[in-house]
Write a protein that binds this ligand. Structure first.
Ligand code: ADP
Length: 433
């Protein structure tokens, strides 16, 4: 792609957009940027009237909603080249790309995959939704690099060139319907991960997920499953195997719950396409802990264990957490900002939820659903009050789970901020003890 001297507009100034601006400037492009959020309007380089200018290329950040977007329509109608941020990075990248998507488990699977490859001595990079944007590292790669990219439906929505060497779809459950409009549109965006793949590229799918087992959108595909099978990555007598080849006893895995087991299977399936020794698989998986705010034990207050699963921003991830703690009575903190999804599955799951604390903007919808299912619930205006309420409801031996099934933006700047505040509130309870 010719960049020097060409006129670029970067649309969307999140982390990825800013990374693209940096790369373009370094490479001598004539670059300006635009964001629907006018808080950036005073930055030097901000284009106040992008409709009236001509560009050779527009690079769009994943934060920009492509649906009925007047500016993007305008560029399309005028024949301007439009690249998604991952298309742009793909054009600069020299290494092999592993792209991991799915509704849940992306960060966990990417981190583990990266660590296995790194511990095997590969020149591995980790990027995408996790850590640095793909555009920030693409130029640093060589033909020997392996780039593990966490890819969301937002990144795929406007992509037309991105071509991973290995793509993995972990699972598919309703999420982000507020942006995609329907489950079908969301699924179509995920399927775009394989749209440019060639025969030598591999699509890895979860056979235990009702949706992904049918998403055979590429000829060269492989499955992973918790069941015993002859092919693919599977489990035989409590041992993860590639085909028949033993990799690891599952009781060595520190991560909790069935869904994390699926994430481990996905990483093994992906890494088996590279020369990874059994000992490296074993050591890395045995020692692996995922990132914060995912089923993270905060501590005990009056004998009840408080768990921060703030990253659970949809029903499927909350169910994964309930399953992981199924042996203990659970006080569940649900709430935040809703995403047009239904909560019934949580109350129909059969897990031992003794009380739901409904909080935040979505508290009315959740409490209505709990009432319909005759689930005991209490209501709290915000997270701080919800934590106080959960302490009144919990007894020694219980688990208090913040696994909210909603996004955090009604009260917090991110799921991280919400998780950190939760930890603070739990500490306050401890100090009051
Ligand atoms: P993502 O990057 O896709 O959001 P994470 O690994 O950050 O995935 O996990 C997000 C949430 O989903 C956490 O609450 C975690 O406990 C839960 N989770 C992790 N893996 C899975 C999975 N395979 N299926 C369902 N939920 C999962």
């Amino acid at each position: 792609m010719k960049i020097k001297g060409k006129k670029f507009l970067v649309y969307g100034l999140g982390e990825s957009g800013r990374a693209v601006v940096d790369v373009l400037k370094r490479k001598g492009a004539d670059v300006c940027f635009y964001d629907d959020n006018l808080e950036f309007a005073n930055y030097i380089g901000f284009e106040r009237d992008p409709f009236s200018k001509k560009y050779d290329c527009v690079v769009v950040s994943p934060g920009v909603n492509g649906n009925q977007n007047k500016l993007l329509e305008h560029f399309k109608n005028n024949g301007v080249r439009i690249l998604s941020e991952i298309d742009f990075a793909y054009l600069l990248c020299k290494g092999k790309i592993i792209a991991i998507t799915g509704t849940n488990g992306k960060t966990t699977t990417c981190l583990l995959t990266y660590k296995i490859l790194k511990n095997s001595g590969f020149d591995a990079f980790l990027c995408g939704n996790i850590g640095l944007p793909f555009s920030a590292i693409a130029e640093k790669t060589t033909k020997n690099s392996i780039i593990v990219c966490e890819i969301s439906s937002f990144q795929l929505e406007l992509s037309s060139l991105f071509k991973p060497n290995i793509a993995c779809i972990l699972n598919l459950k309703p999420d982000h319907l507020d942006r995609h409009g329907s489950f079908d549109n969301y699924k179509k965006a995920k399927e775009k991960i394989a749209q440019n793949m060639k025969n030598e590229n591999v699509l890895i799918l979860n056979m235990d997920d009702e949706e992904t087992k049918q998403m055979i959108v590429h000829k060269n595909f492989k499955f992973f499953t918790k069941k015993e099978t002859k092919h693919g990555t599977n489990i035989v007598n409590q041992t993860i195997c590639n085909g028949k080849k033993k990799i690891l006893d599952i009781d060595k895995i520190k991560l909790k719950g069935e869904k994390n087991l699926e994430n481990v299977l996905a990483s093994v399936a992906i890494c088996s396409h590279f020369k990874v020794k059994k000992e490296v698989f074993e050591k890395t998986i045995e020692n692996f802990e995922t990132a914060s705010h995912r089923m993270e034990v905060v501590g005990d207050v009056k004998g009840a264990t408080y768990v921060d699963d703030s990253k659970a921003t949809n029903v499927a991830s909350t169910l994964a957490c309930l399953q992981a703690f199924k042996d203990r009575p659970i006080v569940l903190l649900l709430g935040g900002m809703g995403k047009d999804i239904e909560y019934d599955e949580i109350f129909e799951s059969g897990f031992s939820i003794k009380c739901v604390v409904c909080f935040g903007m979505e508290r009315k919808n959740i409490s209505k659903c709990a009432e319909k299912h005759r689930q005991k619930f209490v209501v709290a205006k915000n997270l701080k009050l919800a934590v106080k309420e959960s302490c009144l409801q919990a007894e020694s031996g219980d688990v208090v789970l913040l696994s909210p099934a909603c996004s955090s933006f009604d009260e917090f700047s991110s799921y991280k901020d919400r998780g950190d505040k939760f930890k603070e509130y739990v500490l306050e309870l401890l100090n009051e003890e």
